[in-house]
Design a protein around this ligand. Structure first.
Ligand SMILES: *[C@@H]1O[C@H](CO)[C@@H](O)[C@H](O)[C@H]1NC(C)=O
Ligand SMILES: *[C@@H]1O[C@H](CO)[C@@H](O)[C@H](O)[C@H]1NC(C)=O
Ligand SMILES: *[C@@H]1O[C@H](CO)[C@@H](O)[C@H](O)[C@H]1NC(C)=O
Length: 414
């Protein structure tokens, strides 16, 4: 009897635990861009007066795994884009923060961003733009072949701190899911398509706080520190007659020209050439120094400037999610935005969205590509411009303009 009772309560505890595990996910914001999305998102008027504000298209794109599964796509080249949505304010203090979205660059991104921002406090969504301060910026950004990166920018006290590590990513024309996880122990992970691509500590991978340890600036190299790796071999001796070898010798092949005019040019002299036997002044051979101690480095000490901030990972009043981009060539499609506290839940969402459509999307993409090839063999059509063009179709990436823009705006504090 007692045994059965215990078993029952154990089962009860297990059921309770597993329920707790699955029910616990707190979702702060989720957007699949189904009907009604327009009531949740505010398109900014930023750059509108300069006619530089691009239009968004609510679409699944030119190829997709499910034509009904729509997202938001940039439509006009050489334009700025800014749009944002508000959610009930929250703090990630003592919580895991997960920021996830999917993005597809149908245009073969050559110069432009595919990132999103989390914003705190109160902003004017109507004027949201590159100048608007943000808390976290996350996602891919490309300009030319050399300027490719996945940004993870953590803002702190008005300073935008870039991640110091590289995050590999695939730059193709299919949908990929980007996930950023920030934990209360100040560690983070970046995943693409549910695969871990980078991880570490916020302390180490951003220069938000001064380093914990530094080299002692007052330490001095000991007088007797032997930093010479090689020394002359004292047992080596100069070979007999070494100094008698001349550095130059008369050219054995030179001949006095037949018509040499002694009156005009003086007596003919054999020209001198470098002596192949000559090896320069004698030096003893070098040998490894048995006293060598290596390159001296000051010892590490605690950095007096370092003041720990156990809340280095905390954003106390997150309230908006925004997309703010500049695109030389448009066609970037965002979808399935998720802000929550549970990486397992985010993983499940990624599997149920991107995971479900990725194979069909690939098929659709290959089909479009094939159509394009057929078109190219026949008459030239419009699709051809969008697929697999390695060359930009109208102009070189205007990355200088982009950098200028960044200098004037958001990136001036980096
Ligand atoms: C923007 O476009 C409108 C309509 O085409 C035009 O009247 C206006 O002058 C343009 N403004 C600028 C700053 O180019
Ligand atoms: C929106 O996307 C669909 C599908 O790619 C396309 O047919 C349509 O022309 C786009 N609309 C605009 C305004 O770009
Ligand atoms: C909101 O974020 C900005 C930019 O990171 C920062 O300067 C500001 O202090 C934050 N405000 C609050 C109330 O946390």
């Amino acid at each position: 009897m007692a045994g059965t009772k215990m078993k029952l309560s154990l089962v009860g505890i297990l059921i309770f635990l597993s329920m707790a595990l699955f029910v616990a996910a707190e979702v702060f914001f989720e957007e699949r861009f189904d009907d009604g999305w327009e009531e949740r998102w505010v398109k900014s008027d930023w750059k509108k007066s300069e006619n530089m504000s691009g239009e968004w298209n609510h679409t699944a794109g030119k190829w997709s795994g499910d034509p009904q599964d729509k997202g938001l796509q940039t439509t006009e080249d050489n334009m700025h884009y800014a749009i944002s949505a508000e959610f009930p304010e929250f703090s990630n203090k003592d919580k895991t923060l997960v920021f996830q979205f999917s993005v597809k660059h149908e245009q073969k991104l050559n110069c432009g961003g595919g990132y999103m921002k989390l914003i705190n406090d109160t902003i004017n969504q109507q004027t949201f733009g590159a100048h608007t301060p943000y808390s976290i910026m996350f996602g891919p950004d490309i300009c030319g072949d050399t300027n490719k990166r996945v940004h993870v920018i953590l803002s702190r006290n008005g300073k935008n701190n870039k991640i110091k590590k590289e995050i590999p990513f695939i730059n193709d024309q299919l949908t990929h899911v980007y996930t950023l996880v920030i934990r209360p122990d100040a560690t983070y992970s970046v995943l693409t398509d549910n695969e871990l691509k980078q991880s570490g500590s916020i302390y180490d991978d951003w220069d938000i706080l001064p380093p914990k340890k530094i080299r002692d600036p007052d330490a001095k190299k000991p007088e007797d520190w032997d930093a010479k790796e090689f020394i002359p071999d004292v047992r080596d001796t100069k070979p007999e007659g070494y100094d008698d070898i001349p550095s130059e010798i008369p050219d054995p092949n030179a001949k006095k020209p037949e018509d040499w005019n002694v009156v005009e040019k003086g007596e003919w002299k054999v020209p001198m050439i470098p002596n192949p036997q000559y090896k320069g002044p004698w030096k003893p051979k070098k040998i490894k120094n048995p006293e060598y101690k290596g390159i001296w480095k000051a010892p590490m000490i605690d950095n007096p400037e370092f003041q720990d901030d156990p809340y280095i990972y905390v954003y106390p009043n997150l309230r908006y999610v925004g997309i703010e981009l500049w695109q030389v060539r448009a066609g970037t499609l965002f979808d399935n935005i998720l802000i929550c506290d549970d990486p397992e839940y985010a993983k499940k969402v990624a599997e149920e969205t991107w995971g479900e459509i990725k194979d069909a999307e690939k098929v659709a993409f290959e089909k479009t590509k094939k159509l394009k090839e057929e078109e190219e063999n026949g008459e030239h059509g419009t699709l051809a411009d969008d697929i697999d063009d390695d060359e930009p179709d109208h102009e070189e990436p205007d990355w200088e303009a982009k950098l200028r823009e960044e200098d004037e705006g958001k990136h001036d504090e980096l």
